[in-house]
Design a protein around this ligand. Structure first.
Ligand code: SAM
Length: 243
């Protein structure tokens, strides 16, 4: 498996850069930025809009509700930001119509040293942004957010966990839920040993590490089966029960 890059740069193109301010100044991301492992540059697409009102959106041709983001300011913003650093960024468009974000996609993206994230608003983008700029299109799930800023933060948050040095213990990102498709982590306990009558399982207090590892494997398998029960219409051909 290819490993993540040593450091990563994100250029985030948005109409609402202020949304990111709390997120950038807290916890793991703040430390990762201070250590030079992650760089995040915010760009306001409106700065590339023309005219007195710096409009970035207009009504859809053909009618319908809401406003659509126009191609000119987006192309101008992408073309101005792209040459500001090396290597050229891979452009990612956040859209509910994109490829679904999974841990496997996160792993692929963590191998790219520079990503440009394009956040939509309103009814989304004029189609010619997709056709002409040919971004990779990513959706964080089958639902609709008000804008691409939260999806961009989800993308950044999931990718930076894989950059060496961002997590206190690198092991945390190796053996966790979804590190293999469909696999979930085992249950975790900490102090107190008894909380409102709920006891920590004896095995975790035993000091018997092979037995603990075995218990965790079993619990992980149980949880994974509970969350993803086998589809009853799937025939297990290996057992000869197929039609
Ligand atoms: N009218 C659009 C549609 O039906 O597909 C939805 C537009 S949404 C209100 C505005 C912006 O939020 C989108 O352009 C996109 O950037 C972002 N967005 C919303 N849901 C998303 C999702 N599930 N994944 C990624 N981005 C999303």
């Amino acid at each position: 498996m290819l490993s993540a890059v040593a450091s990563i740069r994100f250029d985030v193109l948005t109409l609402f850069p202020e949304i990111f301010s709390g997120y950038l100044t807290q916890s793991l991301l703040k430390l990762a930025i201070q250590r030079g492992l992650v760089a995040i540059h915010l760009w306001n697409i409106r700065d590339w809009a023309k005219g007195k009102h710096q409009s970035v959106d207009d009504r859809p041709f053909g009618g319908g509700p809401g406003m659509v983001i126009m191609p000119e300011p987006v192309y101008a913003c992408v073309e101005a930001v792209q040459p500001l650093a090396e290597p050229p960024a891979e452009l990612i468009l956040l859209t509910p119509a994109g490829e679904r974000l999974t841990q496997q996609v996160v792993r692929q993206l963590a191998q790219i040293p520079r990503l440009m994230l394009l956040c939509g608003r309103y009814e989304g983008f004029d189609e010619r942004i997709r056709l002409g700029l040919k971004p990779r299109e990513i959706s964080i799930g089958d639902f609709v957010c008000n804008g691409g800023e939260v999806p961009a933060m989800v993308l950044i948050d999931t990718i930076i966990r894989l950059i060496p040095g961002v997590l206190g213990d690198a092991e945390s990102a190796v053996d966790e839920s979804h590190s293999e498709p469909g696999r979930l982590e085992y249950p975790q306990y900490t102090r107190p040993r008894n909380f409102r009558g709920m006891e920590v399982p004896e095995i975790l207090l035993s000091g018997n590490h092979p037995a603990i590892a075995q218990w965790r494997r079993e619990q992980s398998a149980l949880r994974s089966r509970r969350a993803n029960p086998p589809n009853p219409t799937d025939h297990d051909l290996s057992k000869g029960t197929g039609p």
